[in-house]
Design a binder for this molecule. Structure first.
Ligand SMILES: Nc1ncnc2c1ncn2[C@@H]1O[C@H](COP(=O)(O)OP(=O)(O)OP(=O)(O)O)[C@@H](O)[C@H]1O
Ligand SMILES: [Mg+2]
Length: 466
């Protein structure tokens, strides 16, 4: 079983914070130790100098005598700090000697310092060290020998300070680890929660359940995009599913009417109910023509949609093509008394002439079919920087908002009654769309129900885009 995102994130958080904290702790420790060592050595030097200066003061020049009790006080005080004094006068007579004063204490002290240094460093190369200084006192002067554990030593208090510092660093590591586990768990929960919902939804989709959307809004941009796309996927698959079911029903419906008519007519003729006269045979022929048109439409659509359309590209005059397409509808336009307004600037584009003509036929035919007598159709060809823009606008019946997203689907017809007068099978726009798509262009529609529609085709002007 692979680890969950949640566990992975929590462990990563923990590791990152532990590693960074350990690095910080190690460096802090090294730097602190070094600084502390320097501080201890400086302190020792200063104390030695202070001892020499004080001893100078303890010699009375006027009487030529040493103030022995002050020297003893000083000796006892610095002994507590780890310094073993031995003061002699100019004739080498001992004035005060810490070893004589308390030999046992001195030995214990040196022993304890050796232990402290070993405790701190494991192996420490140190031992009893002595430095001698001359004291300016009268004519003969004197000498002080300061003994200590060298080259430097940590007192119990120093060790306590260092240990407390280490313990604090350790505590901080623990607290950081705890906080990072907490943050890791919290963050990963916030991340994995929505992802789990997306997984659940994807499973539902794979089982064919397209209903229901993920409504919780996550606060991570990528996760929002993920939930949005799974919602969109569910929606478009749902729509495809409906269209697919509808398509099958529509094909059956489209084929049934002519087949039923044909079958009825033929049976009537076979049974002798009808005479097989020219009129009836013509009616049968019309039905077969209708069937053939549907099959041919389906065939050409399949060709446009499935294989990569082989386009015979040439530099064509779009306005001329549009005028030519319009001309073939002259009779119908006159019959319906439709007013045609054109605004056709000369625009060239690289396109397959026959296929683009097919697009114009389909769009103009629709405009005429869905515009009542006395209506108006405006055709225009213009350009915006990269595209030639073709607009076919009518004042016809318009398309409802509900139908608008579907009209480019195969067999989709907004007028669900499917009256025979308006004819078509609902394939014209699907064909137009696939041809335009093969030209890497686009087609869009604007429509207001009851007022009219406008179909706009964008074709690349530049061959390089094709
Ligand atoms: N100019 C328009 N005005 C109003 N509705 C339109 C217009 N053009 C298309 N439609 C709607 O879109 C549907 C699909 O159009 P399409 O051209 O694909 O099919 P059709 O015209 O019904 O049949 P076919 O083109 O296959 O003979 C039409 O049935 C109609 O409801
Ligand atoms: Mg049509």
């Amino acid at each position: 079983m692979r680890p969950t995102l949640r566990r992975k994130l929590t462990v990563s958080f923990l590791l990152i914070s532990l590693i960074s904290f350990l690095i910080i702790a190690v460096f802090a420790n090294i730097i602190l130790e070094r600084q502390f060592k320097k501080y201890v050595i400086d302190n020792l030097d200063q104390e030695k100098k202070a001892v020499v200066a004080m001893l100078q003061d303890y010699y009375d020049i006027s009487t030529g005598k040493w103030n022995v009790s002050s020297i003893e006080n000083l000796g006892v005080r610095v002994l507590g700090n780890g310094l073993i004094l031995r003061v002699v006068d100019g004739s080498n007579n001992v004035i005060w000697d810490a070893m004589e004063h308390n030999e046992g204490f001195c030995a214990d002290m040196l022993q304890s310092m050796a232990e402290n240094m070993e405790k701190q460093y494991g192996i420490f190369r140190g031992g009893y060290t002595e430095s001698s200084y001359r004291i300016q006192a009268g004519l003969t002067g004197g000498t002080v020998t300061i003994g200590y554990y060298g080259p430097y030593f940590y007192s119990d208090n120093d060790l306590l300070f260092l240990n407390t510092l280490n313990k604090l660093l350790l505590l901080a590591t623990g607290v950081t680890a705890f906080i990072s586990i907490f943050i890791g768990m919290y963050t990963s929960k916030r991340l994995s929660g929505p992802i789990s919902r997306v997984i659940k939804k994807a499973e539902q989709i794979s089982q064919g359940n397209y209903n229901g959307r993920i409504v919780e809004a996550p606060n991570t941009r990528e996760i929002v995009e993920l939930t949005d796309s799974i919602n969109t996927l569910a929606e478009s698959l749902g729509r495809q599913e409906i269209l697919r079911k509808r398509l099958t029903a529509d094909v059956a419906h489209e084929l049934r009417t002519p087949i039923t008519n044909l079958q009825g007519h033929l049976e009537a003729m076979i049974d002798g109910v009808w005479e097989a006269d020219t009129e009836r045979l013509k009616s049968c022929h019309e039905e077969t023509v209708r069937l053939t048109k549907i099959v041919m439409d389906l065939e050409s659509l399949a060709r446009y949609e499935n294989e990569k359309l082989r386009l015979q590209l040439e530099d064509i005059n779009i306005s001329q093509c549009l005028s030519k397409a319009l001309k073939s509808f002259e009779n119908e336009i006159n019959r319906k008394g439709i007013l045609i307004i054109t605004d056709l600037t000369d625009q060239q584009a690289w396109a397959d002439k026959d296929k683009i003509m097919q697009v114009f036929f389909n769009l103009i035919s629709n405009a005429i079919k869905y515009t009542p007598s006395g209506g108006k159709i405006s055709l225009s060809v213009s350009d915006n920087s990269d595209y030639v823009v073709i607009s076919i606008k009518d004042t016809g019946i318009g398309i409802s908002e509900e139908d608008l997203p579907n009209i480019f689907e195969r067999f989709y017809r907004a007028d669900k009654s499917r009256t025979r007068e308006t004819g078509g099978a609902g394939i014209g726009l699907a064909i137009a769309k696939s041809i335009v798509a093969a030209h890497k262009g686009s087609i869009e529609v604007k429509s207001e129900y009851g007022k009219g529609s406008e179909f706009i085709v964008y074709l690349h002007r530049n061959k390089a885009f094709l």
